[in-house]
Design a protein around this ligand. Sequence first.
Ligand code: GDP
Length: 439
Amino acid sequence: MLEALGERLGAIFDRLANRGRLNESDVAEVLREVRVALLEADVALPVAKEFVNRIKEKAVGSDVLTSLTPAQSVVKIVYDELVELMGGAAARLTYSDAPPTVYLMVGLQGSGKTTHAGKLALRLKEQGRRTLLVAADVYRPAAIDQLKTLGRQIDLPVFDESQGDPVKIARDGVAEAKRLGIPTVIIDTAGRLQIDDRLMVELEQIKAAVKPIEILFVADAMTGQEAVNVAKTFNERLGITGVILTKMDGDARGGAALSIHRMTGAPIKFVGVGEKVTALEAFYPDRLAQRILGMGDVLTLIEKTQSVYSEQQAEDLAKKLRKSQFTLDDFLDQLRQVRKMGSMNDIMKMIPGLSKALPNVQIDEKDVSKTEAIICSMTRRERERPEILNGSRRKRIALGSGTQVSDVNKLVKQFEASRQMMKQLGGMKKGRFPKFPMP
Ligand code: GDP
């Protein structure tokens, strides 16, 4: 997500780094480029303007012009402003003192409301909070079935009355949760393809009837500025308390992530990163800013890792890494584990400096079985010390695994990349990023 913007900014700052001392016109030039990069990422014009102005003010008032490392000073200012732009501190869900806690999902049709009602319910379940999902989208019958399927998948109850008045369904749903002693209710509401007054009135009525503690606006990040405009309208009518930005796994340019908070005042609370019910991440402005600026996102990576590794596994791995005993057997094992966390290429992007250091390393998601065959055709010694793999050994392995020598070469290269990534991770200390002056 936001790769293009990250690359653009990275290129601007790299050029800056090669300049040495800066004068005012250098800074003005850089800011112009930053502004263009933001607009190309589909950031709303007033947001981009304000962003650049704030950087200008800060740069003038700081030591950028006299600094011996001006590029780093500029990056630091941009980082701080990016974090601020996206809402500063991470915003969490609010719970009600008088259960059930009611969350209302609102947004346009196709934005991902139903999917994210399920994702959110699963997340709460993992935290020990049960949810009753309420199907109040009566205009799209498939939405009710979709929610029921999701409910079965995550083993949570779904309340529906098939048809009738969505306001009544919402009210009855909350009463049912109370009766059953279920602490959380998530109401999936109807969407339209565009803003529609009747829908807004209906949502206002549901809001008045069930008094949700949170109204979560579900925004499709792929629609960029349009998502921001729609968010503004929903906010004016309903007063949204948070945003769930969906489809951030796609090639969303990022405009919505950067503009929506400034344009609505509502914080982004979660991002959707895939169709699977587990593809939900809490939104941390600082981590995303780090990702955009190519500093990786170690904390999210660690959280993902924790969700698939046991502590013992993690400890064993850390020990191997420390002793540089990481072998191709371990690599195969990691590959299988890491695939559980999501796309390998996305994961690699979270590691500071890695995408810059190895811009062309692409891991083919479908290649694990091939990889397995290749590793299985190696001798124990070869797996432990891949540096002994000369031409004839590689030929033998290719033959044995039914692959090409080029496949074997590719795998060895990937292994080396992976070793490097592990080394970086192993050497990383919390709060310290390579080549970056953190406070
Ligand atoms: P609703 O009309 O707002 O309820 O939208 P749905 O929940 O039915 O989602 C619309 C489509 O977007 C479905 O095909 C979902 O699988 C897909 N979708 C939802 N969230 C995400 C996401 O975070 N990433 C991706 N890639 N697809 C998503």
